[in-house]
Design a protein around this ligand. Structure first.
Ligand SMILES: [Fe+2]
Length: 253
């Protein structure tokens, strides 16, 4: 079977590991403090809602079993089922609507997100030693710090970091030539994370596991995991612009 290979790389590589370029020992040493900080602020989390590149109305077997909440919601709205449409429209709180979609329709909500930026949760004081570590990373500017909580026995599934709200904002499948800088981090390597090459019919042609505790990858490529782990995990992403010096080192420019 022929298919169009479309794995997107980052500066010619599947992924870039930062484990030898940043202070991973300190990051791992702060694990419990990061866990406690996340737990303290978990009431500010939001469920994963958007489709992030998953085509609406797709018949991909893996996503048919447990559809992504956002695509399911729009598919119900397009279904013509007046009673069900009225019921889901009666929800005014997105979190509560997602609970309903999970229960009634098997909707998939892979993780809870906690964002920190100048506009999001900016009133939360990140404990000094955690902030010091984050700001020791080789960024000239940090724009967003995100935490991703995945519950027991819950796979991440996969998505691409663009086209988050295709219904509201229009479908924009074009993939830019460049992406902003980020470092993705995990405290527990059992939190599986892979890059996927996925065909138009949803067939997974290739899966490349990311190694190490820290990495960058082409976030316009499909990424995530279909693995199920018997414990909850947390990962973190710091986004912004690397220093020019680090950009040369990290990307081999
Ligand atoms: Fe992503």
């Amino acid at each position: 079977m022929g298919y169009k290979y479309r794995m997107l790389k980052i500066h010619g590589r599947d992924f870039i590991s930062f484990d030898d370029l940043i202070d991973i020992d300190s990051f791992l040493g702060l694990r419990d403090q990061f866990y406690a900080f996340f737990a303290e602020n978990s009431d500010r989390c939001r469920s994963f809602w958007n489709s992030a590149g998953v085509p609406l109305g797709n018949d991909w077997p893996y996503l048919q079993d447990t559809p992504v909440a956002y695509t399911l919601w729009h598919n119900i709205l397009a279904s013509g089922d007046a009673a069900e449409i009225a019921r889901i429209k009666s929800f005014t709180d997105r979190e509560k609507l997602i609970r309903y979609l999970q229960l009634k329709w098997g909707a998939f909500s892979p993780y809870k997100l906690l964002h920190f930026s100048e506009s999001s949760n900016s009133d939360v004081a990140i404990p000094g030693e955690l902030k010091t570590w984050v700001y020791s990373l080789p960024f000239a500017k940090i724009e967003l710090v995100s935490f991703f909580f995945t519950d027991h026995y819950c796979p991440l599934k996969y998505h691409r970091d663009f086209n988050y709200f295709p219904v509201e904002h229009g479908d924009r499948p074009e993939i830019p030539d460049s992406q902003h800088d980020f470092i993705w981090l995990r405290w527990d390597k059992r939190k599986s994370f892979c890059l996927f090459d996925i065909a138009d019919d949803g067939t997974v042609n290739e899966m490349i596991p990311v190694e190490g505790y820290s990495a960058a990858f082409n976030h316009y490529n499909w990424h995530g995991s279909t693995d199920i782990l018997d414990r909850a995990t947390l990962s973190m992403k710091v986004e912004g612009a690397f220093t020019d010096e680090f950009k040369k080192i990290a990307y081999g420019l």
